[in-house]
Design a protein around this ligand. Sequence first.
Ligand code: C2E
Ligand code: MG
Ligand code: MG
Ligand code: MG
Length: 291
Amino acid sequence: AAKNEGRSTIRTFEPVMLYDRQLRTLMAAELRDAIGSDQLCVHYQPVVNLQDGAINGVEVLVRWEHPTRGMIAPDSFIPLAEEIGAISDLDRWVMATALQQYAIWRAALALPEHFQIRVNISAIELRQLDMVDFVRGLLKRMAVPPESLVIEITESALVSGGEVETYSLLSLKQLGVCIEIDDFGTGYSSISYLRRLPVDMVKVDRSILREPATGSWQPDFVAAVFQLIRAAGLGAVFEGIETRDQAEFLRTLGNVSGQGYFFSKPLPEPDITELLRAGGYLSTNLSDQYT
Ligand code: C2E
Ligand code: MG
Ligand code: MG
Ligand code: MG
């Protein structure tokens, strides 16, 4: 039809839309093939106990090493995976890869005490009726204690969740898995759910550490967010820590964990393994800071 509408119409609308649609279809097919192939990999970002600077866990973050487009960040293909119904396969592949790696570490080196492996799951995966069975089976197969696994679920997924989501959360909790609200503070106004949902920890979105207009940060505001989480009886993790100031201030708040470029970027497997083998402390910088 567009072909008959005259050249100007085609020039103004069609090329962009057609390009998008074609690219989308192409990438959807490529993504389907990539899942489970060696094009997908995961990186691991250390999560640090701010009291003593020890690594107390890692967050597992998926990466797509596209053969021609280069490394693609998850923000640009997770939504696509959700749209095409491939997110469950992706999330399960990541979780299996992560727990397998955890099992290898546990056998090969002395992991820090209370070390936790953290994976992200999509709202859609939380809605799968067999999700909890999958997690239970995986933990068993890999001989991973449930409390060593943290499942991160975004605030938006939790708040908009219905019966199935609540059932999944309660079943995971019963299993002994640790549940964390991710991206806390990104705009889903009701804070009452903090006390209502069966969650253990809250990961504060990195935008909270940054004042919107100036990009600077407001310690009082950050402290108030921390107090809120503690008052709800939950553990607090701050993400996006980029400066020493932020790390030092957060440390004064109390029992807080954190991650961010100040400590370490997400690392490929050999690098994180090396770090853990070396004792799970990040750098001489850090030990200076914490003495
Ligand atoms: P997230 O779960 O909130 O993960 C934190 C993101 O912040 C990561 O981006 C990490 O690389 C980035 N980050 C860490 N420290 C800093 C910092 O100091 N400054 C800044 N500016 N950024 C920092 P990444 O790896 O691109 O992941 C983006 C999002 O994609 C994740 O946000 C998560 O929502 C999603 N994602 C990643 N892996 C998976 C997965 O396996 N499954 C699902 N469903 N989602 C995933
Ligand atoms: Mg996360
Ligand atoms: Mg987050
Ligand atoms: Mg995020």
